[in-house]
Structures are given as structure tokens and as C-alpha cells.
Design a protein around this ligand. Structure first.
Ligand code: AMP
Length: 227
């Protein structure tokens, strides 16, 4: 059993889920004039929805809740709030997933109150129904049991944060400081139940070395956690 339930999501699944989400919006007869991607998770789904809904206008707003993979910050914040005159426009605010719902709710409320559109609806590829305080107007997948979705656009970030967590917690539990590359990859697969491939592991380890979280010895060919 992995320690953190994780699902690796492919680019193909993202395209497929976005197509189905577009179909749901079309069936509901909602014709947005402007899509607003909630940065950063909503960028790819919003761009694909523009394609599938035939919408030319795409903007973004940065609402942020989670700064580390699978660990929530307490409150969502709007990073660079700005105003436009959206009177007369139907807006669709798009994110990848609604987990607590704080991020999308904050973006939608801000847009509704400050941009004054004709309408502001929300869409997400996924909605984690048991934990979300906010239900998007449109979603494709209802997730009934919490799990971390490893989307293709956060693969490197998630990988180095996941490795860091595995190394730190193993050190706390057992005192182990040195790891071979093979041990890290094996541990990662066990901890998270997914395999992101050598290119990502290697880049993630390089990031952790650059950040001073681990060191690498050419002599022993081992990575060592800095304690
Ligand atoms: P939230 O405010 O809790 O609804 O989540 C904010 C953002 O964090 C989402 O738009 C995602 O980018 C990311 N996120 C939250 N929960 C998950 C999850 N279970 N899997 C993947 N990404 C997530």
C-alpha cells in the first residue's frame, strides 16, 4: 500500500477529460464569452476548453492554496488582483481540480464582485465531493475518495517534493541519511504507487541538490540528505 495515494494522470487523459467537460457545458447551453484560467492549475484545461468550446478570449488570475504537493496551505490568496470591465460578458472560471474548493471559490467571487460580468460560472476537470466546500457548476469527474492527482504539468515539482518528503520522513523514522539512485526510485514507487520515469527522477534530484536539500558524492555514488 502506498503511503500517499497518488494517481499519475497522462496528457491523453487530460485531453479526454477536457473534451467531456466541454460536452457537458455545451449540453447545458452555457456559451461563455471569456474563459479565465485559475493559475497555475487551470491553464491547460482552460486552453483545451477554448479549443473545444470555440472561445477566443482567455485570461488568467492567480489564486493559490497549495504550495507543496499534497499539503494544503491554510487559506487561499489572490496573488496579483486586477480589475477589468467585464460587463455584458459571460465568464467561465476554470481550474484543474476542486479539492477544498478555496482556490476556485476565491477566484470566482473576486471576478464576480470586481469585474461585474453578466454571469460567472465555474468548471473543473475533477471535483472531490466529500471534502470540497464548493461545488463547481461544471465538472467531469466526481472523486469520492481523496487522492493526489499527479498532473503532467506539475510532474517535476511533485517529484522533487515527494522525494524530499520520503527522505526526510525516513530519516526521522530510521536515521537513514544515504541513498543510492536505485533506492530512491524504488522508495518513490513504494511510497506513492506511481513511476514517473528516469528523466523526472534525475531532474528532481538535480533540483534537490541545487536547493541544498541533498548532496551527491561521485565517490560513493550516493545521495545524502543534509540534516
Ligand atoms: P483547493 O483550493 O483545495 O480546491 O485546491 C487548489 C489547487 O491545488 C488545485 O487547483 C490544484 O491545482 C491543487 N490540488 C489540490 N488538491 C489536489 C489533488 N488532490 N490532486 C492534485 N492537485 C490538487
Amino acid at each position: 500500500m502506498p503511503r500517499v495515494k497518488t494517481k499519475l494522470v497522462s496528457w491523453e487523459e487530460i485531453v479526454d477529460w477536457s473534451m467531456h467537460l466541454a460536452d457537458i457545458i455545451i449540453r447545458d447551453n452555457y456559451r461563455p464569452d471569456l474563459l479565465v484560467a485559475v493559475s497555475r492549475g487551470g491553464f491547460v484545461p482552460a486552453r483545451l476548453l477554448c479549443d473545444f468550446l470555440g472561445v477566443e478570449n482567455l485570461m488568467s488570475i492567480q489564486s493559490q492554496h497549495w504550495t507543496e504537493a499534497a499539503k494544503a496551505e491554510e487559506r487561499a490568496i489572490l496573488k496579483f488582483p486586477y480589475n477589468i470591465d467585464a460587463s455584458g460578458l459571460r465568464i467561465l472560471v476554470v481550474d484543474d481540480i476542486v479539492d477544498t474548493g478555496e482556490t476556485l471559490a476565491l477566484a470566482r467571487n473576486y471576478i464576480r464582485d470586481h469585474w461585474r460580468p453578466l454571469e460567472a460560472k465555474t468548471a473543473a476537470l475533477q471535483w472531490i465531493s466529500p471534502v470540497a466546500k464548493f461545488k463547481p457548476d461544471y465538472y467531469y469527474i466526481e472523486v469520492k475518495e481523496w487522492i493526489w492527482f499527479q498532473y503532467p504539468w506539475t510532474r517535476l515539482e511533485d517529484t522533487y517534493q515527494f522525494i524530499k518528503r520520503m527522505l526526510t520522513e525516513t530519516y526521522k523514522e530510521t536515521g537513514k541519511t544515504e541513498w543510492t539512485y536505485e533506492e530512491i526510485v524504488g522508495g518513490f514507487r513504494e511510497w506513492y504507487g506511481i513511476d514517473v520515469g528516469d528523466e523526472y527522477y534525475k531532474r528532481a534530484l538535480k533540483v534537490l541538490v541545487e536547493k541544498g536539500i541533498i548532496t551527491y558524492s561521485e565517490n560513493t555514488k550516493k545521495y545524502k540528505i543534509v540534516v
